[in-house]
Design a protein around this ligand. Structure first.
Ligand SMILES: Cc1cc2nc3c(=O)[nH]c(=O)nc-3n(C[C@H](O)[C@H](O)[C@H](O)COP(=O)(O)O)c2cc1C
Length: 160
């Protein structure tokens, strides 16, 4: 999978315990009618049970200059630390939507399928926002990559 280039998103959610979120790149568009997508989350992630309880989540598509946010949400940090000083606004179902992204899709959970050590979660889009018209943050060869304009890719140096 290190040879598969992807974008990077932060999945966020909210329940009585507060906000939660994690960095993902296992993200798939399923259908346009209705608009729906799939994420694959490790069962170990602190965010996974929060999505189960809330029945909803948001996918925030990161811009190239949001690599620090990706790094923060990929760490084993208390959720409150992940959101500290981060500008967010609320989606229709209460999920925190990160400011400054390329866009966001807020979803209600319509399928929850545990497989191996992950759970496949299908979400039907209930609210969407188009954000900045900037370059995306990319992930390739186990590292971050950045698009230079639309036709050139700048790769991080390979890991030793
Ligand atoms: C680029 C990148 C993509 C990731 N994609 C996923 C993913 O699709 N699913 C997943 O469960 N974890 C993924 N992770 C790992 C989680 O972000 C990480 O385990 C995080 O600490 C979980 O946070 P939590 O336990 O607070 O929910 C990814 C990490 C990175 C850096």
């Amino acid at each position: 999978m290190a040879r598969w280039a992807t974008g990077v998103a932060v999945v966020t959610t909210h329940d009585d315990s507060g906000d939660a979120g994690l960095t993902v790149n296992a993200l798939l568009s399923i259908s346009l009618t209705p608009p729906s997508l799939l994420i694959s989350l490790t069962q170990d992630a602190d965010t996974t049970p929060v999505i189960h309880r809330s029945g909803s989540f948001a996918v925030n598509f990161l811009a190239a200059d949001q690599q620090p946010i990706s790094e923060r949400f990929a760490q084993a940090l208390p959720a409150v630390e992940k959101f500290r000083t981060l500008a967010v606004h609320r989606g229709r179902w209460g999920a925190p939507l990160l400011d400054g992204t390329l866009g966001a899709a807020e979803c209600r959970v319509v399928a929850w399928t545990p497989r191996y050590d992950h759970v496949l979660i299908v979400g039907e889009v209930v609210h969407q926002e188009v954000g900045r018209d900037g370059a995306p943050l990319l992930f390739f060869r186990s590292g971050y990559a950045h698009a230079d304009g639309t036709d050139r890719l700048r790769l991080s140096p390979p890991k030793p």
